[in-house]
Ligand binder design. Structure first.
Ligand code: PLP
Length: 400
């Protein structure tokens, strides 16, 4: 049930319920304000839409298929479709957003791009569109992550990006984000900051959600073609910051017949101290420019998250998802590393599709969902598993 009084769309001031806003240092204000004033106008321009959809089609390979997973459906005795974002150029949904944002940068008259990256997936998606558009690209990445994610560092460099090591704090994603923001403060005139998920100060969460909403726009007509109705009973997605889930949920936010199902990374389990399940463990707080739920100590220090999956290893969650969780509009499941590994193996063996470890968290929900035989579920298959092969090799003991 959806309470008729609740909105799931961003307010004028950039809020989703109690969450969102723009909590930024004064020196960042002109950049964020310039973006806030223009993003909707630029996005709506027919020439922008034309270029965006042309690139989504011919560069990214959209529309991505909606595939009926017959053997998974039989296994769980329900109707399961996979939205194949894994078939996007660069192997995941992230490029939908970076294409949109680089076009936005051009409209804003910027010719340099700065971005943060954790596992390197957003860094690669950003470096890719910078190469496409001939723009200078600087990617901040935690020094520890640079060591852990060597193949993605090599990809970014091959695409012409400079990769700068963040040496502060825990030398991971949150520190890379802080240093990328500092870079933007120091280069406000010629540089646009491409944030990689539905996080950050308003208008980023709304802008990124709108670029990713192409996912549910396609699901609607694809389901209509295949099932004669344009909505599923369940739509499932994994949530790190929340961009692939926001895109998959977007056109169903106000559809009462569709249950929104989110999978968070429980890591070793929510009570083990090694987890990234923000809606279960987080409290309201401010991180990277917006108010949301956040894993923090009693005195407000950010707790270092843990997940086997690098893309879900984030201590916060986008403000839209904090609102979906606390209002009860979306149901959140906490999925452990082991449950995700089992689900990845199952999808591979039953469907011939090796999913990303992030995505495997969403697939693992079928063991707990209780969907009925004639009910229809769509899982957003956010990315492919090639990048996770070393982890699969080790954890699934594939070398024995
Ligand atoms: C980055 C990533 C995610 C998590 O990011 P969201 O913003 O929550 O979508 C999920 N799946 C894949 C394949 C990713 O690369």
């Amino acid at each position: 049930m959806i309470d008729a009084g609740i909105s799931f769309h961003v307010s004028e001031k950039g809020y989703y319920g109690d969450f969102g806003g723009a909590f930024i240092p004064e020196m960042l204000y002109p950049n964020v304000e310039e973006l806030r004033l223009h993003y909707l106008e630029y996005m709506m321009e027919p020439s922008f839409q034309k270029e965006f959809h042309f690139l989504l089609k011919d560069f990214v390979g959209r529309p991505t298929p909606l595939f009926k997973a017959e053997r998974l459906s039989a296994k769980y005795n329900t109707q399961i479709y996979l939205k194949r974002e894994d078939l996007c150029h660069t192997g995941a949904h992230k490029v939908n957003n970076t294409i949109g944002q680089i076009l936005m940068a051009k409209r804003l008259g910027k010719h340099k791009i700065v971005a943060e990256t954790g596992a390197g997936q957003h860094g690669v998606a950003t470096a890719t569109v910078c190469a496409l558009m001939g723009m200078e690209c600087i990617i901040y990445m935690g020094a520890i992550d640079i060591d852990r994610q060597a193949p993605n560092v090599a990809r970014m460099k091959m695409l012409g990006a400079s990769v700068v090591a963040a040496q502060s704090g825990s030398k991971t994603l949150k520190d890379a984000t802080n240093e990328a923001m500092r870079h933007w403060i120091n280069h406000p005139v010629d540089t646009h900051y491409i944030i990689g998920s539905v996080v950050g100060p308003h208008p980023y969460p709304d802008m990124v959600a709108k670029f990713q909403s192409v996912i549910s726009e396609e699901i609607k007509w694809q389901l209509q073609e295949k099932e004669g109705r344009d909505y599923p009973d369940y739509i499932l997605a994994c949530v790190g910051g929340g961009s692939n889930a926001a895109g998959a949920f977007y056109h169903y936010l106000d559809e009462p017949r569709t249950a929104l199902i989110a999978a968070e990374a429980a890591g070793q389990g929510i009570s083990t101290g090694h987890s990234a399940a923000t809606t279960f463990l987080g409290k309201p707080g401010v991180l990277h420019g917006s108010k949301s739920l956040l894993m923090q100590t009693e005195d407000g220090q950010v707790i270092e998250p843990y997940s086997i999956s690098a893309g879900l290893d984030y201590p916060g969650i986008g403000p839209l998802h904090a609102h979906l969780a606390t209002s009860g509009r979306a149901k959140f499941f906490d999925i452990t590393d082991d449950e995700a590994l089992d689900a990845a193996l199952e999808c591979s063996m039953l469907e011939g599709i090796i999913p990303a470890l992030e995505t495997a968290h969403a697939l693992a929900v079928f063991g707990k969902l209780g969907a009925k035989p004639d009910e229809i579920s769509v899982v957003n298959l956010s990315g492919r598993g090639d990048k996770d092969l070393a982890t699969y090799q080790e954890k699934l003991k594939l070398n024995q």
